[in-house]
Write a protein that binds this ligand. Structure first.
Ligand code: MLT
Length: 325
């Protein structure tokens, strides 16, 4: 009897192991949803759709984008962090949702450093100071001067408290000593539409979102906040060239799964991401929009986890007081 029960539990254990291995080995057996925590048409949405096309080919299953906007990206990331940890619902996180948000939301429902299985870094994104075409300034010095003198009139547009556009423009406004009105949108796709239409005055946005509009001449760009100019928009001077060297900031975008997602599943998703970032056609589309593509070492789950931890600490130093605008 004792022998039988031992054999019996041995079989049960074998069955469990046998059940677990093929499940991960077979992943994915159906479509994968990527939650983009902002409205469609913005930088995160654009980049996920570009890399998603190639990842879907590697994985042999469709990648479906679901835009879950609100709370500067924290609504979609909260939902994603609570999804089943099987790799079928993953998220696009970024410097706002996984770096700045803890400093802006005292009651944030997720911990960016603990509640995720990082998949990999997708791209870095230089930030640009942009404005409506009729903004009465023709360079960065004039822009700063005008905003300082007209703080009661000028309106900034951003993608919600804690988002990249919000935190980087908080930084800009603290450097130049201004406090203008600020309007929150559900992403910088819609806020850029209103800047193009002239309904709001200026913003800080990621290069992939604004490069096509700068090339088309529908908005003004006063400076790119990176060490060097971007080949995608060569005529835009760096903020250092424009007289504001203190404003140097770049955002990042990355893929995350919920914590406890099986390691083999994360490895498959990472492999598909790495392949996409090595693909010539995908790289060209990202580079033409000004993205900075990470090298191979920078694309590992471990590198992303370390980046998140560093970013939370540095944004806590910069954004010490929650900003309620
Ligand atoms: C941000 O400001 O965080 C992003 O630009 C939002 C977006 O992807 O629309």
């Amino acid at each position: 009897m004792k022998l039988l029960s031992t054999i019996g539990s041995g079989i049960a254990a074998l069955a469990l192991v046998a059940g677990a291995v093929p499940a991960a080995a077979a992943f994915p057996e159906r479509a994968i949803t990527v939650i983009v925590p902002f409205a469609s048409g913005g930088p995160g949405d654009t980049v996920v759709r570009i890399i998603g096309e190639h990842m879907a080919r590697t994985l042999g299953q469709p990648i479906v984008v679901e835009n879950v906007a609100g709370g500067g990206g924290t609504t979609g990331i909260t939902r994603g962090s609570q999804a089943k940890a099987d790799g079928y619902i993953i998220m696009l996180g970024q410097m706002g949702t996984h770096g700045a948000a803890p400093a802006q939301y005292p009651h944030l429902k997720y911990d960016p450093a603990k509640d995720f299985a990082p998949i990999g870094l997708v791209a870095a994104m230089p930030i640009l100071i942009i404005a409506k075409k009729t903004f009465p300034a023709s360079n960065l010095r004039e822009f700063v001067d005008y905003v300082r003198k007209n703080q009661d009139k000028v309106v900034e547009a951003h993608a919600g408290v804690g988002s990249v556009s919000h935190t980087t423009c908080s930084l800009l406004q603290s450097i130049i000593g201004t406090k203008t009105a600020r309007v929150a949108y559900r992403g910088t796709g819609p806020s850029l539409n209103d800047i193009v239409a002239g309904q709001v005055d200026f913003g800080c946005d990621q290069i992939v979102n604004v490069a096509p509009q700068i090339q088309a001449g529908t908005i003004k760009a006063f400076g790119i906040a990176s060490v060097e100019r971007s080949a995608a928009i060569k005529d835009v001077p760096t903020t250092k060239e424009g007289g504001l060297p203190e404003f140097e900031v770049s955002a990042w975008l990355a893929l995350f799964a919920p914590k406890d997602t099986p390691q083999e599943v994360v490895a498959k998703l990472n492999d598909a991401l790495v392949n996409a970032l090595d693909d010539e056609g995908t790289r060209k589309r990202l580079l033409d929009l000004g993205s900075v593509i990470p090298d191979r070492a920078g694309r590992s789950p471990d590198a992303l986890q370390k980046l998140v931890v560093r970013e939370i600490a540095s944004w806590r130093r910069v954004l010490t007081v929650p900003d309620d605008q």
